[in-house]
Write a protein that binds this ligand. Structure first.
Ligand SMILES: [Ca+2]
Ligand SMILES: [Ca+2]
Length: 344
């Protein structure tokens, strides 16, 4: 398939989370689609090894109650949401988990099909000839040839020693493929936020309102001068093992920080004004899929998105070194499976 880098794509410039993800959808730079499809029928529930926690049914106020949200992201209006009970992975899916999926299914990720993925500049130590481009408006993101989930820093790198780190360089479509294989699904945006809050109401972070560095670091974000110098006060320049820091009230690890997490919904900053109250599933159409939680590149002064209510999005075929996912399951999943099949 012919690929074309167009640094001036309007869609690429439309929305930039300067640290968290390199604007919206680097794959919009490409012509066509990867054509990577995965059968929606294969399912090996026992193969999904990530421990899950039960989230009780309940009501909550979704959105930014503290007033420090990013206006353009649409974290407001605050609105009441009611959810059924569900189960969610206590950690994001790890490299070891994803390796099992690939070994079992033979699945090929979109980064592998496209031939490159986006790597943060401080994480790249390979030859200049493998740099296919820089993200417009976020030049610290490099398109690196042969960067993918198993080679997160490009060719000659591997995930050896990173087995318990979150898988990265996975697109929304890749995450859906994993879900099809494992008999799970991605959380709705509302489920993700409810779970992240850990039973606390109207707080900024999964642990409450205390600053992220109060009494020791509580999440893996960026310290220092972005994007040149990371002082590593929290101990991690890149991803941290998934069970680092402390879990929230529901036993969930690193809902904020470490890696962005794909949600099932289309992303629309105006959606909260029209969201239904009961089990909202996001807009019916869109071009970007929701990302939540921020990453190891977030910084209070730069991309304050390591908060419960912070939102971002990217095209479903985009992949970067700071985006992963976790899965959910619920008693309504027969409905989800039917819907997935009918939309395939
Ligand atoms: Ca860090
Ligand atoms: Ca996270």
């Amino acid at each position: 398939m012919k690929k074309r880098v167009d640094r001036h794509s309007p869609a690429f410039n439309a929305h930039e989370c300067s640290c968290g993800n390199p604007g919206i959808g680097h794959r919009v730079l490409l012509e066509g689609r990867a054509g990577t499809k995965v059968a929606s029928s294969f399912c090996e529930p026992s193969a999904h090894a990530v421990e899950q926690a039960q989230i009780p049914a309940g009501n909550f106020l979704m959105g930014d109650a503290s007033g420090e949200g990013n206006h353009a992201d649409g974290e407001r209006p605050l609105h009441q949401v009611k959810l059924e009970a569900f189960h969610i992975d206590v950690t994001s899916v790890t490299n070891a988990d994803f390796a099992k999926f690939v070994t079992s299914s033979g699945y090929r990720t979109e980064a592998e099909t496209f031939g490159y993925s986006l790597v943060f500049h401080l994480e790249y130590h390979g030859p200049a000839r493998d740099v296919v481009g820089r993200a417009n408006g976020a030049p610290w993101w490099l398109g690196i040839r042969q960067a993918d989930w198993a080679h997160p820093g490009g060719r000659n790198t591997s995930i050896a020693g990173l087995e318990d780190h979150p898988v990265v360089h996975v697109s929304w479509n890749d995450a859906q493929a994993y879900c099809s294989w494992s008999g799970r699904r991605l959380p709705t945006e509302a489920e993700w936020e409810f779970a992240a809050r850990g039973g606390l109401e109207g707080r900024r972070y999964p642990w409450g309102d205390e600053a992220v560095d109060a009494g020791g670091w509580r999440a893996n974000i960026w310290q220092g001068r972005f994007p040149e110098r990371n002082t590593l006060d929290d101990g991690y320049q890149n991803t941290a093992p998934v069970r680092s820091f402390h879990p929230n009230g529901y036993g969930l690890w690193q809902m904020v920080g470490n890696v962005w997490e794909w949600c099932n919904d289309w992303f629309d900053p105006t959606y909260y004004s029209v969201s239904q109250t009961s089990s909202p599933e996001g807009p019916s159409v869109g071009t970007l899929r929701v990302l939540r939680g921020g990453s190891y590149l977030c910084h209070a002064s730069y991309c304050n998105r390591y908060r419960n209510s912070a939102r971002s999005g990217s095209t479903p075929d985009s992949s970067t070194g700071n985006c992963g996912f976790r899965t959910v399951s619920s008693t309504n999943d027969r409905f989800w499976a039917q819907r997935t099949r009918s939309s395939a």
